[in-house]
Design a protein around this ligand. Structure first.
Ligand code: ADP
Ligand code: MG
Length: 502
């Protein structure tokens, strides 16, 4: 065996050689040198094409002069089939000129029949070089892919941030309408707008949380919200023949875990299902139900059912093995990662599959022990009684809409687009009873504005308008309203902060 480098393992060599005797000698030489190789011999163009179309080879070893066929032709046929498979010439007569030409045409090496000792090492080297090259290309492709994903994540994050700002008015305006009109038709139209505004926000949020990855180790997840997000993310993968039906569970069906991980797990299962239905088409159904085990433990069962090809016993037994795949371009990592995610919350996966009929994956997840689902604030707002409220918001549309809402409710709003302006207005109009400060303001940060306000003698409560992705900071806020701001929750927070309801 050629001694340098990593062992080659078992290899397949395609011999282009018309003489059975010469072929035998070659094979003997290579095997004597310790190569663990199997050989297929061909001696014409058609044979060669047929062999190349079959099981893959590690190397082609070709004689230069064959009756009615030449080594160059063999090389040409090989290159039209595979640009990289190593090709080594051997010949009794190769002259320097011929050798140079062979290498120029894309041969990896050439060996003279009367110095056969070089053959094994030439073969081993050619195979090693080809493998190294393949690995390098693979690594390069992976790097490009991960860089593209990074880019995509950044784009999506920017896009969903902007989208949320654009949609914000749809959440505020419908509530404002009720202060201008009692007409039930107007209010109904307002409700329609508000509903699509909410849906738009949910879409932007699920896109954002998917690309960023949720940082929370464990949270309480509404299965209905999870299903909606998955449905949205799958839109592009469906076709006319593969339909998705989501049987939406009740809003209070909850599971516990990392939101992004469960999103990913369901998407993996759904993509597998879609792939299994690629040829025959069919319906993919997502559903969820509560269940109680024999020992009384409460579960939530998530089901992903397809009408695809199903699988045989051998496949079913290896499903969760890393890198096990039956697909030409599969990774064999999807189910393994689902299993890890489900087991991390002490759940389990069951698989039911009938060949030719379809497959159902069931995730049994322990039901969380939760307090009451947080209810929304009472919608009947108290009167603002002319209280002065400082509103600092970097988003002009939201600033004007919230100012409007505050005025309509009987408050006296001081509206500022940034911290510096806020301080000027306070100097002119006097201190407010309450401050509402957006996270996203320019020039002075929210914390800076607060510090100056307090220096000027302000000791009222502060409400923060927070980006959902941002964590609470050191400052002690009386209340936080997560953006997109809804009028109800803002007034709920104001009343809470001012102790108006006690
Ligand atoms: P990959 O999808 O990359 O092959 P997975 O781990 O997701 O890797 O799946 C492993 C294998 O399990 C698949 O190659 C396929 O053979 C089988 N499989 C998974 N889901 C289904 C399904 N819904 N229907 C039929 N076969 C499936
Ligand atoms: Mg998969």
């Amino acid at each position: 065996m050629p001694k340098t480098g990593v062992p080659l393992g078992h290899i397949r060599i395609l011999l282009v050689e018309d003489s059975a005797l010469d072929a035998e000698l070659l094979i003997e030489q290579l095997q004597d040198a310790g190569l663990d190789a199997e050989f297929v011999r061909v001696d014409g163009a058609d044979d060669l094409r047929a062999a190349l179309a079959g099981e893959p080879f590690d190397l082609v070893l070709s004689d230069m002069d064959l009756p009615g066929f030449s080594g160059y032709q063999a090389l040409e046929i090989l290159r039209s089939h595979d640009a990289r498979l190593p090709f080594v010439f051997f010949s009794g007569t190769i002259g320097e000129e011929t050798a140079v030409k062979a290498l120029q045409e894309g041969a990896s090496d050439y060996v003279l029949k009367h110095s056969p000792a070089r053959l094994p090492s030439a073969v081993a080297r050619a195979i090693r070089e080809a493998r190294t090259e393949r690995e390098r290309e693979h690594a390069e492709r992976e790097l490009m892919r991960s860089q593209r994903l990074d880019c995509l994540a950044m784009l999506a994050a920017g896009l969903s941030h902007d989208l949320r700002n654009i949609l914000q008015p749809l959440l505020i305006v419908p509530d404002l309408l009720s202060t201008y009109s009692d007409d039930p038709k107007v209010l109904r139209l307002g409700a329609v707008i508000s509903e699509s505004g909410k849906r738009g926000h949910e879409m932007a949020d699920s896109m954002l949380s998917f690309v960023r990855g949720s940082r929370k180790a464990s949270e309480t997840i509404s299965v209905a919200a999870l299903f909606s997000a998955v449905q949205l993310l799958l839109q592009g993968s469906l076709s006319r023949s593969v339909r998705l039906t989501v049987e939406q569970p009740a809003d209070d069906l909850l599971i516990e875990g990392n939101y992004t991980e469960f999103q990913q797990c369901l998407i993996n299962l759904c993509l597998n299902a879609i792939q299994a239905m690629a040829e025959r088409g069919g319906e993919l159904t997502l559903s969820a139900t509560p269940a109680v085990a024999d020992d009384g433990a409460e579960y939530v069962v998530l089901r992903v059912a397809d009408e695809g090809a199903g699988m045989d016993d051998a496949t079913r037994q290896q499903l969760f093995t890393p890198f096990f795949t039956t697909k030409a371009s599969g990774t064999g990592l999807g189910l393994m990662s689902c299993k890890r995610i489900v087991e991390s919350v002490k759940g389990r996966i069951e698989v039911h599959s009938v060949q030719g009929q379809g497959t159902t994956f069931e995730l049994y997840l322990p039901a969380p022990v939760v307090d009451e689902w947080a209810g929304s604030e009472d919608a009947a707002f108290l009167d603002g009684e002319g209280r002065r409220v400082l509103l600092v918001d970097g988003d002009a549309t939201r600033l004007s809409l919230l100012g409007n809402a505050l005025a309509a409710q009987g408050y006296d709003p001081i509206m500022s687009p940034d911290g510096a302006n806020a301080l000027q207005q306070i100097a002119r109009q006097g201190l407010p009873a309450l401050a509402i400060i957006d996270d996203d303001i320019l020039l002075l940060s929210a914390a800076d504005v607060l510090a100056v306000l307090q220096e000027a003698g302000f000791d009222g409560p502060v409400i923060r308008l927070r980006e959902p992705s941002r964590q609470a900071d050191a400052h002690d806020y009386a209340a936080t309203v997560v953006k997109p701001v809804q009028v109800q929750s803002l007034f709920g927070a104001i009343e809470h902060a001012m102790g108006m309801r006690a």
